[in-house]
Design a protein around this ligand. Structure first.
Ligand SMILES: Cc1cc2nc3c(=O)[nH]c(=O)nc-3n(C[C@H](O)[C@H](O)[C@H](O)COP(=O)(O)OP(=O)(O)OC[C@H]3O[C@@H](n4cnc5c(N)ncnc54)[C@H](O)[C@@H]3O)c2cc1C
Length: 421
């Protein structure tokens, strides 16, 4: 590597959620080239999968669409979907990065007309709805997807099914021959914005998540409430499709627990307050019980907490339920002890929502990527100052959207400084 200054001024952003999108736009609008990688078929990350998001309870398109327009208009941003990083070598100004791209089987000629979906009867679990329903094996990731381009599931990309789908496309956009590819790029700095995944609720064995469809996690609740979700926005019991009117929200499901996630994810209390609001907006007679250790509503969101608290159909129960049983009528029954009154309860519900925390997205093979993580697996942001690599958003620790955006702007500035030498 040259000592006189960086060789490449291109900045790589890994992860196309709100943090990665923000970092990419900030970098490009300052006049630098940026490559934005997303391993999934479209940008937006977890935010795109929300029904609405606080503080203003906006629909995800409010925040995302404006950024998609900025990306579209800026020729200095190159977006690569279905792509991840398998190795990094070199150093600031001169990173050699190995990329792995998996097949989408649909090229840029796609007009999103949907004829490919009409041509197949095959269905696969819908990844955008966390598998709560199925989608056609030729599918648009979701109605506001960027890029607005279909995906052919691997199961449908060969044989008769593949042939039917290909024949239906009058734009020659279906490419059944596409295979996984490896490529190399050179960049001057890297921003890791790989985000988070929900903690695996099936590890909370006493909450029997795997044993009842009416025990779901908080990200699934977002999809149940979303107009483009599996129930068209009606919060229904997955077991029988009836309205979920008596609902328990269990806070710290696996969080602040040394057997699971030892830290607080900062957002789950507010997430559940939001879910209580969804239920109360939808059903005038809904009863919501929030089981909590203590409620953590950070800074300005205290007002939102107070508003939900003022609703006399939302009850705050200071208790961490011990376990969940299944009642004779098939409903989940929460069993435990009130922390203050010491009363023992066994309360049946239509729906139980586990407020699981945010775990860092697994980034495999840390040494090959030259990454350092903290004891919980979050990418250490400080490493970047020395190494030309920076973290942004929840990749570096639990944050809400506005904090993720701020951290992404900071990472963009640091990366620009690194490539300017
Ligand atoms: C239940 C719940 C509700 C919430 N509601 C709100 C809310 O209402 N308001 C709010 O402000 N915050 C909310 N949050 C927090 C919010 O989800 C995060 O702040 C936000 O998702 C952070 O964005 P991000 O870009 O850092 O990560 P993500 O949204 O996780 O995006 C990361 C992206 O990187 C991609 N990626 C991962 N690994 C790789 C890789 N190796 N290569 C390429 N791409 C990769 C992923 O596919 C994803 O698209 C909520 C959190 C929870 C748990």
């Amino acid at each position: 590597m040259s000592n006189s200054g960086p060789d490449s001024q291109t900045i790589l952003v890994v992860g196309g959620g709100i943090a990665g999108i923000t970092a990419a736009v900030e970098v490009a609008e300052t006049g630098y080239d940026v490559i934005l990688l997303e391993r999934g078929p479209s940008l937006g990350g977890r935010v795109a999968m929300f029904n609405r998001y606080f503080p203003k309870m906006c629909h995800p398109t409010c925040g995302l669409e404006i950024n998609f327009q900025r990306i579209k208009k800026n020729s200095q941003i190159k977006v690569m979907t279905m792509t991840s990083v398998s190795a990094v070598s070199g150093g600031p100004g001169n990173f050699a990065v190995t990329l792995e791209t998996t097949p989408r089987h649909v090229n840029a000629k796609c007009t999103a007309c949907g004829d490919c979906a009409k041509a197949t009867e095959m269905e696969v679990p819908n990844p955008f709805n966390y598998g709560l329903n199925n989608t056609k094996a030729a599918y648009l990731p979701h109605e506001h997807a960027y890029p607005m381009r279909y995906v052919i599931a691997p199961e449908a990309a060969s044989g008769d099914e593949g042939a039917k789908i290909k024949a239906a496309c009058k734009y020659d956009a279906v490419d059944l021959e596409e295979t996984s590819t490896t490529s190399e790029i050179n960049v001057g700095a890297i921003i890791w914005a790989t985000g988070w995944k929900p903690y695996d609720a099936s590890k909370l064995t006493s909450y029997i998540y795997d044993q009842s469809p009416d025990i779901i996690n908080n990200v699934e609740m977002e999809r149940l409430a979303a107009h483009n979700g599996p129930t068209g926005g009606k919060i229904l019991r997955p077991s029988n499709g009836e309205p979920a009117k008596k609902v328990a929200l269990i806070q710290c499901a696996g969080s602040r627990d040394t057997n699971h996630l030892a830290y607080c994810s900062r957002i789950c209390c507010l997430g559940s307050l939001k879910h209580a609001a969804y239920l109360r907006e939808q059903y005038a007679d809904a009863e919501v019980d929030i089981y909590y250790i203590d409620i953590r509503a950070h800074d300005k969101l205290e007002a939102f907490y107070q508003k939900v608290k003022d609703d006399d159909r939302v009850h705050f129960v200071k208790s961490k339920p011990g376990h969940i049983d299944i009642g004779a009528d098939g409903r989940p029954v929460l069993c435990g002890e009130h922390t203050i009154s010491r009363e023992i309860y066994a309360e049946p519900y239509d729906l139980v929502v586990l407020a699981t925390g945010m775990e860092p997205s697994s980034v495999d093979n840390l040494p090959a990527l030259k990454l350092t993580t903290d004891e919980y697996g979050f990418i250490v942001p400080e490493m970047g100052d020395a190494d030309g690599m920076f973290s942004a958003g929840v990749a570096g620790g639990p944050l809400d959207v506005s904090m993720s955006v701020q951290s992404a702007t900071a990472a963009a500035l640091k990366a620009i400084q690194a490539v300017r030498g």
